[in-house]
Ligand binder design. Sequence first.
Ligand code: GDP
Length: 445
Amino acid sequence: MFENLSERLSGVFDRLTKQGALSDEDVKTALREVRVALLEADVSLPVARDFVAKVQEQATGQAVTKSVTPGQQVVKIVHDALIDVLKGDSDPGKLKIDNPPAPILMVGLQGSGKTTTTAKLAKRLKERDGKRVLMASLDTNRPAAMEQLAILGNQIGVDTLPIVKGEDPVQIAKRAKTQASLGGYDVYMLDTAGRLHIDAELIAQAAAVRDVANPRETLLVVDGLTGQDAVNVATEFDDKIGVTGVVLTRMDGDGRGGAALSMRAVTGKPIRFVGLGEKMDAIETFEPDRIAGRILGMGDIVALVEKAQETIEAEQAERMMKRMMKGQFNMNDLRMQLEQMLQMGGMQGMMGMMPGMGKMAKQVEEAGFDDKILKQQIALIQSMTKRERANPQILQASRKKRIAAGSGMEVSDLNKLLKMHRQMGDMMKKMGRMGKGKMLRQAMK
Ligand code: GDP
């Protein structure tokens, strides 16, 4: 069995003493273990290597959160980075099925679970979205496959296109289209033929069907247990046919889900659904955090670090709030604010949430603030000396010039920042005088 990554890492980090920030060496040591864990989870070598390099860059120098070990912290960073790679569309489960009847093309190798998945998705569309679905099997080489779809259709109460002997896949696809239009169906699903391996004929057939059907979605079904093979299959299908998403089946098995990471990293195609069993309900929308947890095998640590970080952020925010209410709002505070804004999705989002700042959020928006500007402002503050940050009022012309030059910006940019700082400081003071009760009431308005 796999050795748990957390066990490995705790072994490594027990020997290290805790410092303020993760050192290059700490991170390297931890990531060596992470790489092994990824390979054991079936992630391909180049993907694991790239991934680890990226995390190395992110993690080094990151402040170590109180009450967790550096090892735990690295796991959290790795986990977040995994999610970053895995997540594709914002809503992977939403199929493009407007303009009825919408064709969905199902492709994949024989035995990948294509026919089962076609029926599972049809059932989902029918039950969750109230859609009328027609399914058609194009597997003219294997009459048993056509029968299988008809049986599944019966079982889930979804219509299948009647089987007509002697038709080729393109003819069947055309008939499905006509039938779907005439019959008032919202969606028609074309279950193409599979082979044991990709060959020219299979691809040519799928391409011909694609050209007549003009599918809104082309979903590639791959067996999640086949690891690297699954990735090769996906690359080839995508090159030749073009797919809009991947369904990973057999994720109920004891595979570690590494194929998902390789798949996403190599093909760039979003994983839309995962198959979790043979039953018709055993399909779910792809959730990156679940797969990330599974690849690492350590969801508990992630939750622990998240909690610790939340607590620390809340403490910091409260301390800052208290000082600000007393009118002590210096450049360090502003920088912290700016960094939080960056994290929370930009200035508008943040200000919109703060009491009394709705109007300012508008101004900020009109002034064209975005992440780039936030980063520039942070750079300006970073160019200041400690004393300047604590007392921005001492900034006269020569200091301003130095700071602007040091961060590659203009004095006018710095002046804008200082003006914003003053305005925010005034507002904080006002809020301080108002008192908490009144502030809350204002916020509720
Ligand atoms: P096709 O040749 O690609 O159409 O594959 P089928 O749909 O016929 O599936 C092959 C076998 O895999 C069947 O026995 C299915 O019940 C099974 N199967 C499909 N999806 C899953 C899944 O997500 N989990 C498990 N455990 N079995 C699956």
